[in-house]
Design a protein around this ligand. Structure first.
Ligand code: PLP
Length: 421
């Protein structure tokens, strides 16, 4: 019964430190967000105690009457939010959702066609050290050298030659909409299943601010913790005909007992994702990314060899291209860290620098939009980043501007430490 701070001061102190870090800096890692307090409450709950292997109404454990309600709410909300026939909300993470999708759609040794990791794809789309690259025969498509966009004629050519069993669309680092209708038509032409991994842009889809893959894809997977703004976890949507195979691939195929506390938090975040407030937040996320792209194509930045891939963005992130800059990705990440802005370095397509260094930065706006940022604040943060990358101000001055923004938009007010969740 002892509170954490008494029982385990070392962990409690590190957690308090993390809360302070989140409050005092500006979070611009494109795959991160801040969950609402209700999501923290659901996740930090007694539901963590419950084993519930199986699915609502068909469990392998007794005492599941309450967690059944929770999982049913999460499934129903996921289906309604995205207009899907079927939902599985048990995947512990995006990668586990994807493992289950691949297990349901294809057999080991069969061919998977996905976006190259070096061009913005995800590890689970066929990277050679990942289970996807080890179990399946992987072919990749990339972006074009000229405009850094996915060229659907090229994808078609590769698909016709490769004859994959599954084509995956979706990305971890790509700043534009994908043409889901064209992916569907290519999949039909070569007799492949179409899987879309909307992990990054699911929140935008939920708000109606990004084309939905659901009408086109056989199966759609997602994380819940990026633009969707929920707990760290995954989910799968599909046409009804895939229900049995997908359920079996998640449990018992890939996982044992579901994390019912995480599923409760998913249910809460999916409820929130249906609100006007959420839509407004996604709109501010998009506008913020556009403001950032515009600032980072300003002449002072361009003069330093810095540019923005594809010249702009349709989504919640901007990919900064440092191939012609003195700064590499590592130095750019470190410089912004010093200023108080957290981003991640990211390889750009055709990157001449090694993967631990890179020539790019991936900068996202979802977390700051959740914090309340609108046009005015995004204009200020974009200018701080632009000025930093142009080397036009000293770190201390920029840091003071970051601190002011952070102080003006307090995070988790009243949550003096984790105990008050
Ligand atoms: N799919 C995509 C497109 C992603 O970007 C990510 C995470 O970065 C994942 C899946 C994996 O999610 P997780 O980190 O929850 O396993």
């Amino acid at each position: 019964t002892a509170p954490l701070a008494e029982l385990d001061p070392e962990v409690a102190q590190a957690m308090a430190g993390e809360l302070a870090r989140q409050r005092d800096t500006l979070e611009m890692i494109a795959s991160e967000n801040f969950v609402p307090r209700a999501v923290l409450q659901a996740q930090g709950s007694v539901l963590t105690n419950k084993y519930a292997e199986g699915y609502p109404g068909r469990r392998y454990y007794g005492g599941c009457e309450h967690v059944d309600i929770v999982e049913d709410l999460a499934r129903t909300r996921a289906k309604e939010l995205f207009g899907a026939d079927f939902a599985n909300v048990q995947p512990h993470s995006g990668a586990q959702a994807n493992a289950a999708v691949l297990m349901a759609l294809m057999n080991p040794g069969e061919k998977l066609l996905g976006l190259d990791l070096a061009h913005g794809g995800h590890l689970t789309h066929g990277m050679k050290l990942n289970f996807s690259g080890k179990l399946y025969d992987v072919e990749s498509y990339g972006v074009s050298k000229e405009d850094h966009r996915i060229d659907m004629d090229e994808v078609r050519k590769i698909a016709v030659a490769a004859q994959p069993k599954v084509i995956v669309a979706g990305w971890s680092a790509y700043p534009r909409h994908e043409d889901f209708a064209a992916f569907r038509s290519i999949a039909d032409e070569v007799g492949a299943y179409l899987w879309v991994d909307m992990a990054h842009f699911a929140g935008l889809v939920a708000a109606g601010l990004h084309p939905s893959p659901v009408p086109y894809a056989d199966v759609v997977s997602s994380t819940v913790h990026k633009t969707l703004g929920g707990p760290r976890s995954g989910l799968i949507l599909a046409k009804q005909e895939w229900a049995k195979k997908l359920n079996s691939a998640v449990f018992p195929g890939q996982q044992g007992g579901p994390l019912m506390h995480a599923i409760a938090a998913k249910a809460v975040s999916l409820k929130i994702a249906g609100t006007e407030e959420f839509k407004d937040r996604q709109q501010r996320t998009l506008t913020g990314a556009k403001i950032l792209a515009e600032r980072l194509t300003g002449s002072d930045v361009v003069d330093k060899g810095v540019s923005v891939l594809t010249g702009g963005t349709d989504v919640h992130l901007v990919l900064v291209d440092l191939r012609n800059s003195q700064l590499d990705g590592q130095q750019g990440e470190d410089l912004l860290h010093e200023v108080g802005i957290t981003v991640n370095r990211n390889a750009v397509p055709f990157d001449p620098r090694p993967p631990m260094v890179t020539s790019g930065l991936r900068i996202g706006t979802a977390a700051l939009a959740s914090r309340g940022f609108g046009d005015e604040q995004f204009t200020e943060v974009a200018d701080i980043i632009g000025t930093a990358l142009a080397g036009a101000s000293d770190v201390e001055t920029l840091k003071a501007r970051v601190s002011k923004l952070a102080a003006d938009f307090p995070l988790y007010e009243g949550l003096e430490d984790w105990r008050l969740i």
